[in-house]
Design a protein around this ligand. Structure first.
Ligand SMILES: Cc1ncc(COP(=O)(O)O)c(C=O)c1O
Length: 387
């Protein structure tokens, strides 16, 4: 063929480093996967029942573009109750196909061609890709273990150019488990105000924090007006397969997101929206039960990894540990490949998560306690052989 039919920005996009590993894992037996970023729990019973009932009741049609009003209202109430930030369910909340779609909507709505988006890294693999797909330029600002993987306001400010449009933060963080402190977020809010920047805040793990507070960025003084808050159901309520999330923002901005949403997906799946409504109304105790289990696994994995000799920061949110593997003499990709081949444990190389991730691997502890124990025994044998 003489012409390139696929658009350059798509052709040059790197495939997700996570997917590559899962493709290998899928061909192997007896693998313990610490690779997957999704709860091992099945969706709690009342939420399942609400979804089944919705189907049986014939809730099989489109909903309004922005989502079922009662669900938007419940999301707005939840955000007000938890963070004292007020969104009007009429025109400031849209229900999306997971936070994945919300990310796409937010970036597509905000970015003009060539505008730069500052992203503290390591971060969720989709952020840079979505910025590129929306025609923007991702500018990575790496964090460090020495600074507890906090976003670094000084580096963020230094990365600002006349093309900078927004700062894109994701805390509690995938892959490090860091939770941004109020102090750090206040610094970022000062930068946003002084340089007139927009902020996109992915707070999908907001309910999964351990002994620290999660600060909703939009709840900081003056920030609601310049922030899109992204939140979801996949992680807290163990609802990855239902594909529901949301974006909340001031009406003039949210209107832009809804326009894209209505032309791309129309509305999020109806039965999933009704299940999500049940999650907001009846899910809190189940979230707490799962959070306590994650916390127990977190303590196990972090203490064992450190004892094995892989220095590991104590994560305060989400369900990931992010050990430093440099002492093995391997880089993170080789570490993950060899560990998988020799010990049948899947982890994800840290470099998949952007600048600052190389030399680390991500271990998800959204896996049964006994399996984590077994995986740690195997990692121990592997590390012993390396040294
Ligand atoms: C930080 C972060 N944001 C967004 C997503 C996407 O989640 P959803 O299932 O809601 O599309 C993930 C999934 O791993 C994530 O880790």
């Amino acid at each position: 063929m003489s012409r390139e039919f696929i658009a350059t920005r798509v052709a040059t996009l790197k495939p997700s480093g996570i997917r590559k590993f899962f493709d290998i894992v899928a061909t192997m037996d007896d693998v313990i996967s610490l690779g997957i970023g999704e709860p091992d729990f099945t969706t709690p019973e009342p939420i399942l029942e609400a979804g089944i009932e919705a189907i049986r009741n014939g809730e099989t049609h489109y909903t309004s573009n922005a989502g079922i009003y009662e669900l938007r209202e419940a999301i707005a109430e939840l955000l007000e109750e938890k963070y004292q930030v007020c969104y009007n369910p009429v025109d400031e909340v849209v229900v999306t196909v997971g936070v994945s779609e919300a990310l796409y909507l937010a970036l597509t709505a905000v970015i003009n061609p060539g505008e730069e988006i500052i992203i503290p890294t390591p971060c969720f693999v989709s952020y840079q890709a979505e910025v590129i797909l929306a025609g923007g330029v991702p500018v990575e600002v790496p964090g460090s273990m020495e600074n507890n993987f906090q976003p670094e306001p000084g580096l963020i400010e230094a990365a600002i150019t006349p093309q900078t449009k927004a700062i894109f933060i994701g805390f509690p963080n995938n892959p490090t488990g860091a939770v941004a402190t109020r102090e750090t977020l206040l610094e970022i809010s000062r930068i946003a105000e002084e340089h007139d920047l927009f902020v996109i805040s992915d707070e999908i793990y907001d309910s999964l924090v351990y002994g620290v507070e999660h600060v909703c960025f939009a709840s900081l003084p003056g920030m609601k007006e310049r922030t899109i808050t992204l939140g979801g159901f996949s992680k807290s309520y163990a609802m990855t397969g239902w594909r529901v999330g949301y974006a909340a923002a001031p009406a003039d901005i949210l209107g832009g997101l809804v326009r894209i949403h209505q032309y791309t997906v129309m509305s999020a799946p109806t039965m999933s929206q009704l299940a999500a409504l049940a999650a907001v109304k009846h899910g809190a105790d189940y979230v707490e039960e799962m959070r306590l289990k994650y916390d127990r696994r977190r303590k196990l994995i972090v203490s064992r990894l450190n004892a094995i000799g892989l220095e590991t920061f104590m994560p305060q949110g989400a369900f990931y540990a992010f050990p430093k593997i440099k002492c093995t003499g391997l880089d993170d990709v080789l570490f993950a490949k060899n560990l998988l081949r020799e010990e049948r444990v899947a982890v994800v190389p840290g470099s998949a998560f952007g600048a600052g991730g190389d030399g680390f691997v991500r271990c998800s502890y959204a896996t049964r306690y006994k399996e984590i124990e077994k995986a740690l025994d195997r990692i121990e044998s592997f590390v012993k052989r390396c040294s």
